[in-house]
Design a protein. Structure first.
Length: 230
């Protein structure tokens, strides 16, 4: 008999997948329902694309209200990314302000291949890297992690007698100990829910490099958590 897996498994989530109306319609066996579902989905996507296009046009016209809309939509993920990279909430807030100024001044350079959110996060990540280059990186304390907005389901198969808070704190320490590039990969993928392609665009890296960083980060976290329930 194979040995049972030992140690808790970290399961990172970016939120539960939403209900898929096409699958539900397909299960119903009603072709009309499938066509209707696809039509509604396409219409919603078209409206969303149109809304983003209008927002981009307003940004290019230096509309300050449009800049406020960018902050309402993307301020939270911008802060999450900056706080996770810099390990300092005050600096993270400063970076978000700087990023908004860059967006306001540079909207005319936005090409639109990957969408507005990806562009905004790329600006944020680049500003964080500039700050990290200007100072020696010092890992933050475990108390900084909730400010970074990390979201995870810490246990997948765990000993019921274990205190979840102990495991969660151990996971937070393990994330804090990751190299900066691996930590930002964890946040982009498992907190902000970016695809590998969006991560690559945000970080300005080949998709294969992004996948490799993410794989190394997850392996390091699993190793750090080995034996906690022994």
């Amino acid at each position: 008999m194979a040995d049972a897996p030992r140690g808790p498994k970290a399961r990172f989530t970016a939120g539960r997948p939403g209900h898929d109306p096409r699958r539900a319609a397909a299960r119903s066996g009603n072709p009309g329902a499938v066509r209707s579902s696809i039509s509604l989905e396409r219409r919603a996507r078209t409206l969303a694309d149109s809304d983003e296009s209008q927002l981009i046009a307003r940004l290019r016209a230096h509309d300050l209200e449009a800049l406020g809309e960018v902050f309402r939509r993307y301020g939270e993920p911008m802060t999450t990314l900056a706080a996770s990279m810099l390990r300092n909430r005050t600096e993270a807030d400063d970076v978000v302000e700087d990023a908004l100024l860059r967006i306001h001044r540079g909207a005319h350079t936005f090409r639109g291949e990957r969408g507005l959110r990806t562009w905004v996060l790329r600006i944020t990540a680049n500003l964080c890297r500039d700050r990290l280059r200007r100072r020696k990186f010092v890992a933050g304390s475990v108390d900084d992690l909730p400010q970074a907005g990390l979201s995870f389901n810490p246990v997948a198969d765990w000993d019921g007698a274990m205190d979840q808070r102990v495991l969660a704190a151990a996971l937070e320490r393990a994330i804090a100990a990751l190299p900066a590039d691996q930590r930002e990969a964890i946040v982009l993928r498992h907190r902000l829910g970016l695809s590998h392609a969006e991560m690559a665009e945000t970080l300005g890296l080949p998709e294969g490099t992004v996948k490799s960083r993410l794989s190394r980060a997850l392996a390091a976290l699993r190793e750090s958590l080995e034996g906690l329930d022994r």
